[in-house]
Ligand binder design. Sequence first.
Ligand code: H2B
Length: 96
Amino acid sequence: MVEPLPSARRQAVPGLLPAWSMAEGRDALHRRFLFRDFSEAFAFMARVALLAEKHDHHPEWSNVWNRVEITLTTHDAGGLSERDLAMAAAIDALLG
Ligand code: H2B
């Protein structure tokens, strides 16, 4: 079992991860990424997949051509945990 995110950390999320928002109706972070084409989107997904394995933390995601949607939540915590914040920051860092 992973600890759910304490409320003080929860309040810090918009400042720490301004590109992410709360997923509709869920205790989860969401971000939509747009790329030039499918190749760029898929290259990004390959990099995120490697990050996910490294962190042992896996995204819920979808891809339509140049668009990638990522939702981060911790299944073992039943909602947000520090793992989602770390993963979101690592994904942001991929994009520079
Ligand atoms: N990813 C996410 N998003 N939430 C989890 O709780 C989770 C995971 N748990 N990846 C990991 C794998 C767990 O199932 C393994 C056994 O460590």
